[in-house]
Design a protein around this ligand. Structure first.
Ligand SMILES: C[S@@+](CC[C@H](N)C(=O)[O-])C[C@H]1O[C@@H](n2cnc3c(N)ncnc32)[C@H](O)[C@@H]1O
Length: 269
């Protein structure tokens, strides 16, 4: 079972949706527009954010295989999205063990979002080679890329960000994680496998009114920094106090860097 709560995935969904790179999304839609019916596989689908975002941009008849190891998230992902033209199939699967099992049927597109920062280099290599062997296009959205910009700035921001990014490399269930380099590593890997890759930034832009997500992010970053141990607990507490005060005063904004890409195999060009 994963540690990603429905509440957190719901909270981030609107920020993800606004952040998704429009050129990358348009390229995905353009590739599939001539088909009357399509089959997609969403790996690590969570509560269904990618499904909800993509369906209006794609041909009317869609079949989605929704894959996650967390049955609670799969349950949420499959609720409320069904129309006569869109069918959903939940697949509970540990994709570290055996993502290949979800890709046995022919499909038009693999989607992944907010995943590549969690995976290891070995998993990425296995995934990219498998996708290439089946000539499957891949839309990978919202890979965190290590950039955290906070306003107003604070003297401890850089040290906390460095600790958070160090924590990103710890094992998230796939072996040592690629963390902030996951998105770029995947782009390089697909290009090396003769894919054509369109990439674009998809940063979260978080305003002064967005207090709930700011507090959640600060709590998560504080906990990650504590685990890394490069700052004292007192320094982290003081930083959190100053940042939470700025949020409460509606004086705090954040930009969190992400990257999206769409990789198409050479046989489709
Ligand atoms: C950051 S969430 C992203 C969810 C969704 N793609 C989104 O964009 O909202 C990461 C997802 O990966 C799933 N996950 C993590 N490890 C997994 C594994 N080994 N097998 C299958 N799913 C996994 C989690 O359950 C969670 O849904």
């Amino acid at each position: 079972m994963s540690s990603f709560s429905v509440e957190w995935l719901n909270l981030r969904e609107s920020y993800d949706r606004r952040a998704r790179n429009p050129q990358v999304l348009a390229a995905v839609a353009s590739l599939l527009q001539s088909k009357s019916a399509i089959r997609l596989v969403d790996l690590a689908c969570g509560a269904g954010s990618t499904l909800r975002t993509l369906t209006p941009h794609l041909p009317a008849r869609q079949h989605w295989d929704l894959v996650d190891n967390d049955p609670r998230l799969l349950d949420v992902a499959c609720r409320g999205n069904v129309s006569d033209n869109i069918s959903l199939h939940a697949i509970q699967l540990d994709i570290n063990e055996n993502f290949e099992a979800a890709l046995r049927q022919p499909s038009d597109l693999i989607t992944i979002s907010a995943l590549l920062d969690l995976v290891s280099e070995a998993w990425l290599e296995r995934f990219a080679r498998h996708a290439a062997s089946r000539a499957l296009p891949v839309y990978a959205a919202l890979s965190y890329d290590g950039r955290i910009e906070l306003s107003p700035s604070d003297p401890a921001d850089a040290a906390v960000t460095a600790a958070v990014n160090a924590h990103q490399h710890t094992d998230k269930g796939f072996g040592p994680a690629l963390g902030p380099s996951g998105g770029i590593a995947a782009i390089s890997r697909f290009e090396a496998l003769a894919y054509s890759v369109l990439r674009g930034n998809s940063d979260w832009v978080i305003g002064t009114a967005d207090q709930e997500i700011q507090i959640d992010l600060l709590n998560g970053w504080g906990a990650a920094a504590r685990e890394v141990g490069s700052l004292s607990g007192q320094d982290i507490d003081n930083w959190l106090d100053r940042r939470r005060t700025a949020v409460a005063r509606r004086a705090s904004t954040m930009r969190v860097g992400h990257v999206d890409f769409f990789a198409t195999p050479s046989t489709m060009r």
